[in-house]
Design a protein around this ligand. Structure first.
Ligand SMILES: Cc1cc2nc3c(=O)[nH]c(=O)nc-3n(C[C@H](O)[C@H](O)[C@H](O)COP(=O)(O)O)c2cc1C
Length: 161
């Protein structure tokens, strides 16, 4: 399959998970492209722009993708606005696509902001007409625990097998 991975990642944790998942999917024979979204003007935790002012400079084209992985961090108890904006900006490209959403977050338990943020991403994608897979939450993203990242990447790659 052609699999597009589209992520926003400020401090590299969602990127790390996305890269591990990409490696596993490539090893399984899939064609994988990974886009880490960039913004102009700057959007980050120090430049926390409202939704309508977030502009991406490298939004990918999803047309040739059989499946899409989309993800990013939880910010202030919610899905980071950049991930929400990317889904909205890719309006019209989600219809009928198999999409696996993920979030990463610092709290150690998924029920504390992880699951609710993933669910809001799932609902947003479903409203765009995507075929939304259950998705993955990586909790405790700041812990130096490689096994945690490997397990989440494995779950992502298995879900698209
Ligand atoms: C502004 C801001 C708000 C955050 N709010 C939360 C939160 O509500 N819950 C949580 O578990 N982690 C929170 N975090 C931690 C991030 O979700 C976590 O570090 C994430 O893995 C970062 O992903 P990234 O490196 O891909 O940007 C917050 C981080 C930032 C910068």
């Amino acid at each position: 399959m052609n699999i597009a991975i589209v992520i926003y990642s400020e401090s590299g944790k969602s990127l790390k998970l996305a890269q591990l998942a990409a490696d596993k999917l490539s090893a399984a024979g899939h064609q994988v492209s990974l886009t880490r979204l960039e913004t102009s003007p700057a959007f980050d935790s120090k430049h926390n722009l409202p939704l309508d002012r977030i502009k991406f400079t490298n939004l990918p084209e999803l047309g040739k993708s059989d499946a899409v992985i989309v993800g990013g961090p939880v910010w202030a108890f919610r899905l980071c606005l950049a991930v929400r904006k990317a889904v909205l900006d890719l309006d019209g490209q989600w219809q009928g696509k198999k999409v696996l959403p993920f979030v990463t977050h610092a709290f150690p338990w998924a029920w504390l902001t992880g699951t609710s943020s993933l669910n809001s991403l799932r609902q947003l994608l479903a409203r765009q007409g995507a075929i939304v897979l259950p998705g993955t939450v990586l909790s405790g993203s700041g812990k130096k625990d490689e096994a945690r990242y490997q397990a989440a990447a494995e779950a992502i790659s298995r879900a698209l097998a």
